[in-house]
Design a protein around this ligand. Structure first.
Ligand code: ATP
Ligand code: MG
Ligand code: MG
Length: 371
């Protein structure tokens, strides 16, 4: 099977690595350059999307901010999975919020803003403190504002107004600030036959809006069941095929959906070492119409993101519980350059394994490692 991935970043790269043992060849379409490249080497394989669409058996995506003309062209070939609708909902918070409501999953109270009147109504309906998010293009906490109290109202409105004037296709989604106890996510796959394979919940810690640490270990069964029910509702509403990620806020023992990602997800990278089948392989299995693999947790596993660094202490490779994954990207401040998966073993629990790793990391560059 030949799978074309829209996007040529680390997620396409890790799909290529996971696909090789199953004889699944992965090609990546770099949306920025318009070139089809090899996902591991970035070497040019073909010029132009049309040739690749004809060559591939299946087309999928590694990110949601894809121009709609490209998505529609791929969808028209009949080879695109999950669906153009799912990708669009992941890339536009207006569509995403209406999807959450349609699927009947709990989420933060919200109001859409394009005018000053909308802004006043949002304050009425949503209350303060409030989180304001650009409808399009947001990721890693970018394109967000916080309105904490009424005295900051005019200053925030001035920012929103100039943002909306500069980008008339945009809107702002205002939502209630959720005083969450934890952030967790669930990753799962839905096959072409409607079968589901859902991983155990992952607990996530962000720093400066970017994921720093994900931890998968045994969690509350009631919470897992709640997450799985919401996963099923969303995946079925979208008639989804592939891996879908859902980010939640946990508040007083129950879950609210924060956002979805219609693709493999950073908080699922732990599955490479911690689950029977990794998320990348399960995504390929699903989009290729193959049976899904087991999502069973093999051992408690954590993932530490490598942000803005392109070297690590070599001694980390000698640590028995650590697995380093580089993405082969050029170094830029804060950029996701790779990750380290850390596994518990019969001799070492996850906390001790993370402590062992933390001793080799610069705490400035890796602010969140310990649990
Ligand atoms: P990602 O990189 O995960 O796609 P994003 O830029 O799309 O991120 P969100 O996940 O919506 O943004 O928000 C980033 C972070 O900001 C969340 O993980 C959470 O910590 C915080 N946050 C977002 N919305 C709220 C809210 N309504 N209440 C409290 N905190 C929030
Ligand atoms: Mg997001
Ligand atoms: Mg998020």
């Amino acid at each position: 099977m030949k799978v074309l991935v829209l996007g040529a970043g680390q997620l396409a790269r890790m799909m290529a690595l996971a696909g090789a043992p199953l004889n699944i060849e992965v090609l990546a379409y770099d949306v920025g350059t318009g070139h089809v490249v090899h996902p591991l080497t970035q070497q040019l394989m073909m010029k132009g999307l049309n040739t690749a669409i004809t060559y591939a058996h299946v087309i999928t995506a590694e990110f949601e901010h894809i121009p709609h003309d490209i998505l529609d062209l791929c969808a028209a070939s009949g080879k695109f999975r999950p669906t153009a609708e799912a990708i669009k909902a992941g890339g536009d918070r207006r569509l995403e919020k209406s999807l959450l409501d349609r699927a009947g999953v709990a989420n933060a109270t919200y109001h859409l803003i394009t005018t000053r009147d909308d802004f006043e109504q949002a304050i009425e309906k949503v209350g303060l403190p409030m989180v304001l998010k650009s409808a399009l293009g947001g990721y890693d906490g970018k394109g967000q504002w916080r309105l904490k109290s009424a005295d900051a109202k005019e200053a925030i409105w001035a920012e929103l107004e100039s943002f909306l004037q500069a980008a008339p296709e945009q809107a702002i989604v205002a939502e209630a600030f959720i005083p969450f106890d934890r952030e967790v996510s669930v990753i799962g796959a839905r096959g072409q036959d409607g079968s589901l394979a859902i991983y155990p919940l992952t607990e996530n810690t962000h720093s400066n809006g970017v994921l720093s640490l994900s931890v998968a270990q045994s969690d509350s069964q009631a919470l897992q069941a709640e997450a799985e029910a919401m996963f099923k509702a969303l995946a079925e509403t979208l008639d989804y095929v592939g891996v879908l990620a859902i980010e939640f806020f946990e508040v007083n023992g129950t879950l609210l959906v924060n956002e979805i990602a219609p693709r493999v997800h950073n908080s699922g990278h732990w599955t490479q070492q911690g689950a029977e089948t990794c998320q990348f392989e399960n995504h390929l299995r699903a989009v290729c119409g193959l049976p899904l693999g087991s999502t069973a947790l093999l051992r408690p596993t954590a993932m530490v993101n490598i942000l803005g660094e392109d070297t690590l202490d070599d001694a980390i490779l000698g640590l028995p519980h650590c697995h380093v994954h580089w993405y082969g990207k050029e170094k830029r401040p804060g950029r996701k350059m790779g990750h380290i998966n850390v596994c518990a073993s019969p001799k070492c629990d996850l906390k001790a394994a993370l402590d062992e790793l933390a001793a080799h990391l610069d705490p400035q560059a890796f602010p969140v490692v310990r649990i």
